[in-house]
Design a protein around this ligand. Structure first.
Ligand code: NI
Ligand code: MN
Length: 227
């Protein structure tokens, strides 16, 4: 059983075998969550790309908790320069057997400059296969790409896709993404944080459920679900 929690925007957590994994920890400046960076206690932090609404408070949380941070090589190099030590770099297409399962970085069509303008390498999504064979895909920030069908090939228990439009896939492309990924469950993210990415997740949910065999879980900020 995996506990999945959404904190609004692209910030989420997975609890796998008691290991708490926090993804893209944008909390203090996140207008839709009341959870603060000093109240979370992850064992692992995953960072998909360098934009402020994703790297968020990674440095402060990792310094306080000693959490292991996993990201691409360029972001990990930058985090080392900021004083972090417990780091693991991977890159697109590369997987590694961590304590919580096999984690692979997937491609993402997006940008990845860091808050100070440094080069953040290519952005990524995450594919996780847990020890009890749960398969999870976190698209994070990306446009639609047809290779999503390869990510879904081995079956997916959960896919997390952005639906906000403007910066990432919008509702139509996210629906196509679900068709390519064919997950059992899908959770929409990266919407309703700001006016620019306002969407109706319930309308999207009904479109997905009436035209695919995937089920949609629309979460409110801070809500969890188990799968
Ligand atoms: Ni971004
Ligand atoms: Mn973003």
């Amino acid at each position: 059983m995996i506990k999945f929690t959404w904190y609004g925007h692209a910030t989420l957590s997975l609890e796998v075998d008691g290991i708490r994994i926090l993804v893209d920890p944008y909390l203090d400046a996140n207008p839709v969550t009341t959870v603060t960076s000093d109240s979370v206690n992850p064992d692992v932090i995953l960072v998909s790309h360098g934009h402020g609404d994703h790297i968020g408070e990674t440095i402060a949380i990792a310094k306080r908790t000693g959490a292991l941070v996993i990201s691409n090589h360029e972001i990990i190099t930058w985090l080392r320069q900021q004083g972090l030590e417990k780091l693991h770099s991977q890159h697109i297409g590369g997987g590694y057997h961590h304590g919580f399962g096999y984690l692979k970085l997937t491609p993402a069509w997006h940008g990845s400059s860091l808050p100070d303008g440094s080069y953040g390498g290519t952005p990524c999504g995450f594919y996780l296969k847990t020890k009890d064979d749960k398969k999870i895909y976190l698209a994070q920030d990306t446009g639609l790409f047809s290779d999503m069908s390869l990510i879904g090939e081995g079956g997916l228990d959960l896919a997390v896709v952005p639906i906000g439009d403007n910066f990432t896939m919008g509702p139509d492309d996210a629906l196509t993404a679900v068709r390519l990924l064919k997950p059992d469950w899908v959770v929409p993210i990266h919407y309703n944080t700001f006016e620019l990415i306002r969407q109706d997740p319930y309308l999207w949910s009904s479109r997905v459920e009436s035209s695919t065999s995937s089920k949609v879980k629309v979460l409110t900020c801070g809500e969890s679900f188990f799968f």
